[in-house]
Every structure is written in C-alpha cells, then in structure tokens.
Design a protein around this ligand. Structure first.
Ligand SMILES: N[C@@H](CCC(=O)N[C@@H](CS)C(=O)NCC(=O)O)C(=O)O
Length: 203
C-alpha cells in the first residue's frame, strides 16, 4: 500500500502531512511548484481536476470507476487517513461500534468546522472583525482542558483545528491572542511538535 500526498509550499497540504508525520504513517510526498503552475498540468489534474492542493492517492483502495482512490479536499483526506491509517474509529479504540460511529461523526464535524467555518472566519477579511472573535471565544473554552477534541488521543480533529489556529501567528501576527489562553496553548502545542515542524518545513 502506498499513500501519495501531493502538496506544495505554503498550502493546506501541511495539514494532512502533519497527521501522517504525527502518526508515523509511511507516505510518499510529491511537491508541486505552484508558481510554475505544475498543479495546472494534466499530470496533476488527472488526480484533482480542480487543480488544487492537497490531493491524496491511496493505491490500497480501488476507486468506483477503477484505478487507485484519489481524493481532494484536506478535510476528506484527513477523514480517510483517520479511518484507514490512524485507526480512530475502531470499536477497540472507541469501546463499541456505536461509540466508534459517534467518534467518526464528531471528527467529521470538527473537520467541516475547521475548513468551512474557521477558515472562512480567518481568511475572508470581512469576517475577521465579528465572526473571528465570536468563534475564538467558544473555541477557547473547547480547548481549555488541553485534551483532544474527540476521544483520548490527538487525532484528525485536533490536527485540522490546531493547524488553522497555528496559521494565526504566521499570517496575522497583528492579532492579539491574549484573551484566548486555550487557543494560545493549542498553537504552542502544534509549534512544539517535531512532526508539525517537519510538515511545515516547506509550508
Ligand atoms: N478547501 C480546499 C482548498 C484547497 C486550496 O484552495 N488549495 C490551494 C492551496 S492552499 C491551491 O491549491 N491553490 C492553487 C489554485 O487555486 O490555483 C482544501 O481544504 O483542500
């Protein structure tokens, strides 16, 4: 089985890459040069027709139309990795089939929150003034305990949320995070992780 992750410098590929590194899951890294437009060439649009990074190829699974499974969207990639490689939703880990299903639903919720709600609050300038502090107030409470968002071990939900939060000091150093100690701790914990540092090496 080979997992191939397609990414590029300063792209969201660092998110699934962090997960793979943190969980010590073997993978092949293919870095595309966005400046040179490599992601728009047919070799890559055969993998993600939208020509966006990241994308994942998992040759252990056959796609419905044949050929290896190919995925785009960082959230879908993380959910797949959590299920197939991270073992986050097994009955053994969760305690029962029902608990495993509940965990999967909650991880999907956090991945969608990160990509559809948090990312928009961060990167759409008109949302940053009102939506961003509102989300931070709630998120700070969720993160206050320092425990994983779902289950007992750090997983895909934490990866997505922490990865977006860790963009804050990189892209918006002017934002004062003083009112949100839980958020600051989540960023510090990401930054202190050697796996995160490796994943961000070519961010
Ligand atoms: N929602 C997508 C966003 C993908 C995306 O916009 N990727 C950017 C890099 S972070 C990209 O490939 N941009 C190149 C382009 O649009 O030409 C995800 O989370 O995977």
């Amino acid at each position: 089985m080979t997992l191939t992750l397609y990414g590029g410098a300063r792209t969201r590929a660092s998110m699934p890459r962090w997960y793979l590194e943190e969980k010590a899951i073997p993978y092949r890294w293919v870095e595309l040069d966005l400046q040179a437009g490599e992601h728009r060439q047919s070799a890559f649009t055969a993998i993600n027709p939208f020509a966006k990074l990241p994308a994942l190829e998992d040759d252990a699974l056959e796609a419905p139309g044949g050929g290896p499974l190919r995925l785009f969207e960082s959230g879908a990639i993380l959910l797949h990795l959590a299920e197939r490689c991270g073992g986050e939703f097994t009955a053994e880990v969760a305690g029962s089939q029902e608990q495993a299903a509940a965990r999967r639903a909650l991880v999907a919720q956090w991945l969608l929150f990160a990509n559809a709600t948090l990312a928009v609050a961060l990167f759409v300038p008109s949302n940053r003034e009102q939506e961003f502090p509102r989300l931070m107030d709630v998120l700070d409470g969720q993160l206050a305990s320092g425990r994983p968002l779902v289950g007992e071990a750090w997983g895909a939900a934490d990866c997505a949320v922490q990865a977006y939060l860790a963009y804050l000091p990189i892209f918006f150093p002017q934002i004062d995070l003083e009112p949100w100690p839980g958020v600051r701790a989540a960023i510090a914990s990401a930054q202190a992780s050697p796996a995160y540092q490796r994943a961000m090496g070519s961010r």
